[in-house]
Design a protein. Sequence first.
Length: 284
Amino acid sequence: MALGSNHMTTDTAANFIPELWALDVLEAAESNLVMAKLVTRFDDVAAEGGDIIHVPRVSNFAAQSKAANTQVSPQSTADDKVGIPLTNHKEVSFLIEDIVSVQAKSSLREIYTKKAGYAIAKAIDANLIGLYASLPSFVDAEIIGTDDLIEAMSRLDGVDAPAEDRFLVICPEAKADIMTLDKFTNRDYMAPDDPNTPTQTGLLGDIFGCKVYMSNNVVTTTASGVDMEHNLMFQKGAFALAIQLGPRVQANYVPEYLGTLVTVDVIYGYALLNGDFAVDIQTY
């Protein structure tokens, strides 16, 4: 079995104990997820099996006047559905030679398991953020300002996106811009004893009813030599994620290399549920 020669050595690897590194990987993946925590989840449905989840999308009803002594008027809806293909299978693998397991310091275990968990989390978040390319609405912000945020918010209001569970996910450069906005930094605009203040939860804060997060996975595109970041303002119902398996940790001893092959994998699907509930805020 040819596995190449890029194995962990006594200088780079760790003493992995299955029960411990499995927990570390899960904790690292969870702590590094940004988008995955903010979207509509269908993990329970995915766990039932199958290779695709069909999510009904029901059109809105309209309230009708009812005259006295008349029957009600049933309405039909133009229903459709959104598919979430469970076709994404990501893995991170590394081989730990026996000499490493004997000699390496156990503190290194945490480093490698966290890196594996981070790689899994990054893959999931990057897929979700990449859905910006399918959005019908964008705001040309250049540098994020109050007017740009109000414009994006009005787009969501115009399509009746629920006011609750709205989020703003921005790149590091946009974070620097938004930190200069008085309505973001001035506590006069914040609710007293707000449980979502940055010091308590790690969020950047809250502006216009949107909880603000920073992510290094925000997509950057380049056109005519200009880099453009695709920040997102959205309501939870815009995107969907279904994790069917994992992150799972497995280990197999490989006699040919006198070492243990460790694999972390995850099976999941993602989809755009309602593109009207998200706005691409473009900065450059």
